[in-house]
Design a protein around this ligand. Structure first.
Ligand SMILES: [Fe+2]
Length: 186
């Protein structure tokens, strides 16, 4: 049996990687396999992580952040038939599936970003991410998440910085409206 991989080891690895590397693509390629390993190990997983906010449609459980809000790790539970609106993160993101299948729709930005509270988006890819699969985004990456299954799904999310401290946005691809996106963290 392979050695287990703890949350503490993951945090230490995140610190070392981000100390050594500045390039986001490289950080993501180093963090990805470790996030997959932690997502599949599940030694850190607790019953309470399945709790979700019925108003929001999902539950956000903070596992770790540094005192300056960098290196934020969450487990997010998604209620059946619910999801997150189209959004960005204001930082890099590595998401690894823990339980169930989550539909991820990735978008590209079409406008030049100069119009206030406005963004034109087009679908770039539409993918069902299963357990152990990765969804990675650099700063500026835009996506939506949907649980189209009949069960709660779980995923492990790692960000360069806690997303409620990055000034990030949510988008309405139909109306082109762009506004602040703050989520409730359990
Ligand atoms: Fe996201």
């Amino acid at each position: 049996m392979a050695d287990s991989y703890s949350l503490d080891s993951y945090i230490e690895d995140l610190r070392q990687i981000t100390r050594e590397i500045d390039d986001e693509s490289e950080i993501i390629s180093r963090v990805g396999p470790l996030a997959q390993r932690l997502a599949l190990d599940k030694g850190w997983l607790e019953e309470k992580h399945y709790d979700a906010d019925s108003e929001q449609g999902f539950g956000v459980h903070l596992l770790h952040e540094e005192p300056d809000h960098t290196l934020a790790v969450f487990v997010v539970s998604w209620l059946p038939g619910r999801g997150a609106p189209t959004h960005d993160h204001g930082t890099w993101a590595v998401v690894a599936g823990v339980e169930g299948v989550e539909r991820n729709i990735g978008y590209k930005r079409l406008d030049d970003g100069t119009r206030q509270a406005y963004a034109e988006l087009a679908v770039k890819h539409d993918h069902n991410a299963a357990e152990g699969e990765l969804v990675c985004m650099k700063t500026g990456g835009i996506h939506s998440v949907h649980n189209e299954t009949g069960q709660i799904t779980l995923s492990l999310h790692t960000y360069g910085k806690h997303f409620n401290h990055t000034n990030r946005s949510q988008f309405d691809p139909e109306t082109n409206e762009k506004k602040d996106f703050i989520v409730k963290v359990e």
